[in-house]
Design a protein around this ligand. Structure first.
Ligand code: NAP
Length: 256
């Protein structure tokens, strides 16, 4: 039995109502962490919070749009008020945005940067001083393997994710002396609600089979496997791991 040492830790999971964030929040709560989840759709958020509570977890659900600075502040404030601080931050909220370069206008670039980069920056700016006061903490930024090796027609997301990978390493270097570890999980293709939406009510398994063809391991990842990786990385068992960009992609990424 690997004791993760997460009992009583306080975790913020952005985009914790669905998909990968939901799986991570569930897993952290099961390990005894107190979890604060945020997302825009209140009813989906409340449903997930109810499921976590039913499984015995301690959860706070805060409706928020992470592209709004005031919402980010409200999430951190409500979390510290309820749980007394923040030990773990999972910057996960996001959505796919990949198109040909000429098809992406300024507004789309800016929206992607606000969602995937500025939200993480704002959460880190607020959480780091709290972690410093507590003697340390752990941050995981969700990015993609495309942030390391961009495919054609993968903007704006590949660029925004590259910035997230760089941010991760920079923060890891800057705050190691404060006992704060910062890593990024570079995603490939992992089953989640966003894929169900893409199936538009059709056969999601067919979508997954199609995705699997692009993955050397021959299948798409499971959200629960992502939750397992998050739980390990934020745990005491990963205390020597910081500044890394870990591919979670079944071998799909073009680079290590
Ligand atoms: N699954 C994959 O294959 C894959 C691949 C590459 C990257 N990713 C990245 O992994 C992360 C999780 O993706 P997923 O597949 O789990 O997606 P998902 O199933 O669509 O879940 C996304 C979560 O983020 C929330 N969210 C989205 N925009 C938000 C906003 N502006 N403010 C607050 N919450 C927001 C959603 O809730 P609301 O809509 O209610 O706000 C939901 O809880 C994302 O950053 C995504 O880009 C996933």
């Amino acid at each position: 039995m690997l004791d993760l040492g997460l009992t009583g830790k306080v975790a913020i999971v952005t985009g914790g109502s669905a998909g990968l964030g939901r799986a991570a929040a569930m897993r952290l709560a099961r390990e005894g962490a107190r979890v604060s989840i945020c997302a825009r759709r209140k009813e989906v958020l409340e449903r997930t919070a109810g499921e976590i509570r039913q499984a015995g977890g301690d959860v706070l659900a805060i409706p928020a749009d992470v592209t709004r600075a005031e919402d980010v502040e409200a999430v951190v404030k409500a979390t510290t008020e309820r749980f007394g601080g923040v030990d773990i931050l999972l910057n996960n909220a996001g959505t796919s945005a990949a198109a040909a370069f000429m098809d992406v206008d300024d507004r789309t670039w800016q929206t992607d940067i606000e969602l995937k980069l500025m939200a993480a920056i704002r959460f880190c700016r607020l959480a780091i001083p709290i972690m410093q006061k507590r003697g340390g903490g752990v941050i995981i930024n969700v990015t993609t393997v495309g942030g390391k090796a961009p495919a054609p027609r993968a903007v704006p997301t590949a660029v925004t994710r590259a910035a997230g990978i760089n941010l991760t390493k920079g923060l890891a270097n800057e705050y190691a002396s404060s006992g704060i570890r910062v890593n990024t999980i570079c995603l490939g293709l992992v089953k989640s609600e966003q894929w169900e939406r893409r199936a538009k009510g059709g056969d999601v398994e067919a979508v997954y089979r199609e995705g699997a063809k692009r993955v050397p391991l021959g299948r798409m990842g499971e959200a629960e496997e992502f939750g397992d990786l998050v739980a390990f990385l934020v745990s005491a068992r990963a205390a020597f791991i910081t500044g890394t960009a870990i591919n979670f992609d079944g071998g799909m990424g073009a680079v290590v």
